[in-house]
Design a protein around this ligand. Sequence first.
Ligand SMILES: *Cc1c(COP(=O)(O)O)cnc(C)c1O
Length: 364
Amino acid sequence: MLPSIPQADPARRFARFLPAIHEAIASCLGSGRYILGPAVERFENDFAEYLGASHCVGVASGTDALLLALQAVGIGPGDEVITVALTAAGTAQAILLCGAQPCFVDVDPLTRCMDPKAAVAAITTRTAAILPVHLYGQPADMSALVEIAKRYGLALIEDCAQAHGAHIAGRKLGTFGQAAAFSLYPTKNLGAPGDAGAVICSDPATATRLRALRSYGWEDGSRISSLTAGNSRLDALHATVLSVLLPHLDEHNQERRHLARAYFSALQDLPFGLPPDDEGAVYHQFALTCEKQEQLRLHLSARGISTAIHYTPPLHLQPAFMGKEQDALPVTESLARTLLSLPIQPEVAWPHLDYIIKSITTWG
Ligand SMILES: *Cc1c(COP(=O)(O)O)cnc(C)c1O
């Protein structure tokens, strides 16, 4: 019988920790504190400590995390923000939502993350920030990007939505810029059973601004609005579930690395482009490049294996983001045409690893 292997399935991760999750939810329901309060503070403190950061502010989604991070460091109308087009829509929507203009630059063909030379070439008098994405959990070239931000006086905001626990020589991603945004969407390496996100920063004044920005502009527990802001709080129920999963994040990422190694050794001599073998990466996705992307996708689908394409069309070719005159992005466009994400969530991929590998190696 044909197996049915989803590309990702968060329900199987929650199932693995179900008794602890049930207990945490029951305790939150009984506590009477559903909005901010101790459950949210506990997750914020634990996640900041895990990352080696000073402050974590829980918010309602990854997109809101990016928006509030940009606003908290002072990005707004008239500003340009340099980012990539090979990413989720939320990255660039956050830039538009704060009133700024995304300026898309090309990526490096090996890391698939922002090409620092392209970032420098895109700097104008309006550039206010650089927003790199650690795509698929692979660290972007932060030593170059930190240096560029410093040299040109730009803010540096990391999009860590796919990089929970990833590091460069032991230093966790999310600690390299003025602020970093995490999505805690169900399928992410650390995910809630619903929408959730977090902003990381080191400066206490930025943290205070972020807390005001997520809750009606109220500062320091007062009920006085000091700035324009909506409601973008992390729910206490989600925070309790995240606190159950956080202690297992490293182990979970290690399982993803083992799966990536298995893919590397099985696929390295075949005509595919593979991601870097990086001990600091957390393999949110394992995406190979294949000239016959659609044929491989259909072949695997016929064998019951779901794959995904992240991301096509790239953002610079989508109507919402076509405001500014934009150069072609040849590497981005070529990757978008050829990338295919295999199953790598451990609960989904482990039981079928040999079958998935055999289905690829015997293709064509
Ligand atoms: C998931 C994701 C986002 C958006 O996060 P949401 O929680 O869905 O709003 C932003 N950037 C990247 C790179 C993502 O993967």
